[in-house]
Write a protein that binds this ligand. Structure first.
Ligand code: NDP
Length: 238
């Protein structure tokens, strides 16, 4: 049976991925930080394993990967999904907010990847999928910290794809546009409609649509794809 470790699986896109991978016969472990009851309910409903771990903590990531390997036997696929965002003028950004965004959105992916790669290399196969953002490609005003972290994730994806290709491991990224999750709860209906109107497909995306792209990148169908950044923005950026 194939296995997957998904970071930030308690809500939103990560939750949709936990559900879809379970429905498609994967053994799934996922991490969460704060949403304990949602994580536990999801784990129970789907038969997945929930692990509490802050992506920004090296010690917690190391323990989370050990727990996932114990539960799953091995990790065939890692999905670095956990993320945070906030809005701030660049000149108002505190060093703390800047560091927190880089730590969760970028360093977390480094820590998880570094922890799972030795097992993948020894098996000469593996998949790493990084959830970046269209803002990592085109930049977002008042989200310089977020855009910087997500652009860093794209650099990491491409460089790591080159380094791990000879070991039979693919590394890809998905760059979603606006997806209907809690992350965008701060946006007004007007803001969301504005984005939808500027999107050729005339709507925002669904968590399940990101999950389906991840399922494809994890599948045999994607065996010759690596270093790719999949644009999943409904055409908002091209
Ligand atoms: P949500 O806010 O809905 O969910 C975020 C998830 O990440 C939660 O499960 C949360 O867990 C987890 N998480 C947050 N911080 C940490 C942490 N420090 N350690 C472990 N887990 C953490 O966000 P989305 O589902 O919308 O976003 C998922 C990913 O997709 C993110 O990387 C985001 O940047 C990216 N993305 C989202 C877009 C969108 O429009 N929604 C667009 C482009 C990219 P808990 O609640 O338990 O703390």
């Amino acid at each position: 049976m194939k296995t997957v470790l998904i970071t930030g699986g308690s809500r939103g896109i990560g939750r949709a991925m936990v559900e879809l991978f379970c429905e498609n016969g994967y053994k799934v472990a996922f991490t969460y930080k704060n949403s304990e009851s949602q994580a536990k309910n999801l784990a129970e409903t789907m038969g997945a394993v929930a692990i509490k771990a802050d992506s920004a903590s090296e010690a917690e990531v190391v323990e989370a990967v050990k727990a996932a390997e114990n539960a799953l036997g091995k990790i065939d696929c890692l999905i670095n999904n956990a993320g945070i965002s906030s809005f701030s003028l660049f000149t108002d950004l505190t060093l703390e907010e800047w560091n927190r965004h880089l730590a969760v959105n970028l360093t977390g992916a480094f820590l998880y990847s570094r922890a799972v790669i030795p097992g993948m290399v020894s098996r000469k196969r593996g998949r790493i999928i990084n959830i970046t953002s269209m803002w990592g490609i085109v930049g977002s005003s008042c989200e310089v910290h977020y855009s910087t972290a997500k652009a860093g994730l794209i650099g990491m994806t491409k460089a790591l794809a080159k380094e791990l290709g000879p070991s039979g491991i693919t590394v890809n990224a998905i760059a979603p546009g606006l997806i209907a999750t809690d992350m965008n709860a701060c946006l007004s209906e007007e803001d969301i409609n504005e984005v939808a109107e500027e999107t050729p497909l005339m709507r925002v995306g669904l968590p399940s649509e990101v999950a389906r792209a991840a399922l494809f990148l994890a599948s045999e169908g994607a065996s010759f794809i690596t270093g790719e950044v999949m644009n999943l923005s409904g055409g908002y950026i091209m």
